[in-house]
Design a protein around this ligand. Structure first.
Ligand SMILES: Cc1cc2nc3c(=O)[nH]c(=O)nc-3n(C[C@H](O)[C@H](O)[C@H](O)COP(=O)(O)OP(=O)(O)OC[C@H]3O[C@@H](n4cnc5c(N)ncnc54)[C@H](O)[C@@H]3O)c2cc1C
Ligand code: FES
Length: 310
């Protein structure tokens, strides 16, 4: 059965299926609601019910207390409709948000690269309709026999054609261990996206500073490559932290972004220039990255190595 869900203060009415959560219905309709854990534990998705009946589902009694239930509050990630509903959510309109609808996809693994000893680059070709996303967003991926999906940020820009994920091995982690030990080229994965509210405010003309470590570089990488491609004139500074034994700095190649930079900027780390780069992402050795150091990339001036290591 299909009900009607109206979201205030937007005044937008969308369809919601019986058994579907309020959050899922909103995201699939391109209406963003604040959320985090996605399963009733954190309370980030709390909204006010103005009209209608609902089932609170698995909402934790700590995230949604009894008195809040009596005040007709609910957790959007757990609440399922039992009638047409009207909710009021704390939504701040953002002129830079593209409000892309959440969709389900099947993707084929076309390439797997060892970026560091603990991070694999997994390249996916989406089957059917392309996955549209804003640089900085992430996808939920069903891996192996895991019942619940795992979140991974998209490391490639929207222009890439392939979706690149940089997946760090979590010691004892079931999904990331599967990726590092069993995932093969040719495997097909289910995923849903885009998700997340992390993107560049292009309407804000101020310079940009990104801070990232390890596979946390994925989102900044997608955003920075997209900015460079679009010829964004602003200064871009990337501060990258990494913690690794010194031996890794000479044993593992780091991928540089020189080829993607549009000017003849020279890397402050290894002094490589775009002319020395062999492609958009040439493989080069950064000799100055030592253990637990941080590097700074100024895309407007002389960039240092934007290495791909945690
Ligand atoms: C929005 C978002 C974007 C993300 N993007 C990326 C990304 O681009 N690349 C990436 O490698 N990871 C990313 N992560 C983290 C990634 O989702 C987890 O590392 C992954 O779900 C772990 O799954 P697992 O099955 O291997 O571990 P699980 O079996 O789920 O967990 C095993 C143990 O490790 C702990 N654990 C789980 N994840 C982490 C973690 N990240 N750090 C420390 N301890 C952890 C758990 O609490 C548990 O004790 C992202 C997470 C979020 C929420
Ligand atoms: S998103 Fe955490 S409780 Fe709903």
């Amino acid at each position: 059965m299909t009900y009607q869900l109206t979201i205030e203060p937007l005044g937008q009415t969308i369809d919601i299926e019986e058994g579907q959560t309020v959050l899922d219905a909103c995201l699939r309709a391109g209406v963003w609601l604040p959320h985090a854990c996605g399963h009733g534990l954190c309370g980030t998705c709390k909204v006010q019910t103005l009209e209608g009946e609902l089932d609170h589902g698995e909402a934790s009694p700590f995230a949604l207390m009894d008195f809040e239930r009596e005040e007709a509050k609910c957790l959007a990630c757990c609440a399922r409709p039992m009638s047409d509903m009207v909710i009021e959510a704390d939504i701040e309109p953002d002129p830079d948000a593209q409000c892309l609808p959440l969709m389900d996809f099947t993707a084929e693994v076309v390439r797997i690269e060892a970026l560091t000893p603990t991070i694999k680059g997994v390249f996916l070709r989406i089957e059917g309709e392309p996955l549209q996303f804003q640089p900085g967003q992430y996808v939920n991926v069903w891996i192996g026999k895991e019942a619940t999906p795992r979140a991974f940020s998209i490391a490639s820009p929207p222009s890439a054609g392939e979706i690149e994920l940089n997946i760090r091995l979590v010691p004892g982690g079931s999904a990331t261990t599967y990726v590092h030990e069993q995932l093969q080229v040719g495997d097909r994965l289910q995923l849903s996206g885009p998700l997340g509210r992390f993107f560049v405010r292009k309407s804000d003309p101020r310079p940009l500073v990104f801070m990232a470590g390890g596979s946390g570089l994925s989102s900044p990488r997608s955003m920075i490559l997209d900015l460079l491609e679009s010829g964004d004139p602003r200064e871009i500074v990337l501060v990258q932290a990494r913690a690794m034994p010194p031996s890794c700095t000479t044993a593992t190649p780091s991928r540089h972004w020189h080829g993607s930079m549009t000017t003849s900027r020279t890397c402050r780390c290894c002094r490589a220039s775009p002319s020395k780069a062999t492609g958009p992402e040439s493989v080069a050795m950064c000799t100055t990255s030592q253990a637990a150091t941080s590097a700074t990339t100024s895309a407007a001036g002389a960039p240092t190595c934007a290495g791909r290591r945690r």
